[in-house]
Structures are given as structure tokens and as C-alpha cells.
Design a protein. Structure first.
Length: 151
């Protein structure tokens, strides 16, 4: 049974923004206190829109990636300009929020793939700055539950 068939068993995502969801299943190495080993998260990510549905699962995001994205989202919300990028080391997931005008519209681009060697999937969403406070709150909750280790 694939990830899509098991979506209900995943429960509520830790992060949800329009068609993008991220579930956190814990740290890859829960006993490690080292920055590079201790901050990797086991996750499931999904993005879907207009007949497309892409799932990826694995150790593809670090807590520090989410913390950095949170800071960038806060700056984007404050200024209304610029971008905030969730850009993990692993090539399976990239989420970019980029201001698209002077009145608060934001282009959200999700690049997601379970196999970066043979597939590319990109889904764009038009959102606005009113989505950012909820996203920031969700990101802060993840970082609070999984504090950055080894700094």
C-alpha cells in the first residue's frame, strides 16, 4: 500500500499550507546530540493540486532548515517583499515563497520528488501574506518540539 492510500493513518500534518503538507515522524537519530546527525527529521511530505498528487518520505529535512525558513517567513511577512525558501540539503523537496507584487501576493512554488534522478514535479500556488502567520506558528511549533541540537 502506497503513501497516498495510507494518508489517513498519518494523522494531522505538522505543517499545512494550501496544497502542501508535512508530517514529522521524529528524529532520524534520536540519541544523537551532534548537529549533523541529531537534527535530521524523518518526514512525509505531500503536495497536490488539480489532479496532481506527489508524495515523498524519508530523512530529507533538518530542523535547522525549518528554523531558517521560519526566520525568512517572518521577514517576508514584515516587509511584504523578498522570499522565504525551505531548501534542505536533500534534493527531494524545495518550497519557495516569493512576493509577486506590492500588495501582498505571494507565489508559492513546491518542487517535490520521490526520485530526483528520474522525476521532477513543480506545483505553483497563489497565496497572500495573510497565510504567513499560520505558517510561522506551525514552523515555530516544529522547532519547539524538535529543538536544534549541537549549536
Amino acid at each position: 500500500m502506497g503513501l497516498a492510500q495510507n494518508a489517513d493513518s498519518l494523522g494531522t500534518p505538522a505543517l499545512k499550507l494550501v496544497g502542501f503538507q508535512l508530517w514529522i515522524h521524529g528524529r532520524q537519530f534520536p540519541e544523537s546530540r551532534d548537529y549533523w546527525d541529531g537534527n535530521w527529521l524523518n518526514v512525509t511530505a505531500h503536495c497536490g493540486a488539480n489532479g496532481a498528487s506527489v508524495w515523498v518520505s524519508g530523512t530529507i529535512v533538518m530542523v535547522s532548515d525549518i528554523a531558517k525558513w521560519t526566520t525568512q517567513c517572518e521577514a517576508l511577512y514584515e516587509s511584504g517583499q523578498g522570499e522565504a525558501v525551505l531548501q534542505p540539503c536533500e534534493p527531494n523537496l524545495l518550497v519557495t515563497l516569493r512576493s509577486s507584487d506590492q500588495i501582498g501576493h505571494i507565489l508559492m512554488r513546491v518542487e517535490i520528488t520521490p526520485d530526483h534522478m528520474t522525476q521532477e514535479h513543480r506545483i505553483d500556488f497563489e497565496i497572500d501574506q495573510s497565510y504567513l502567520p499560520s505558517l510561522i506558528t506551525q514552523c515555530r511549533a516544529i522547532v519547539a518540539e524538535y529543538p536544534i541540537l549541537g549549536e
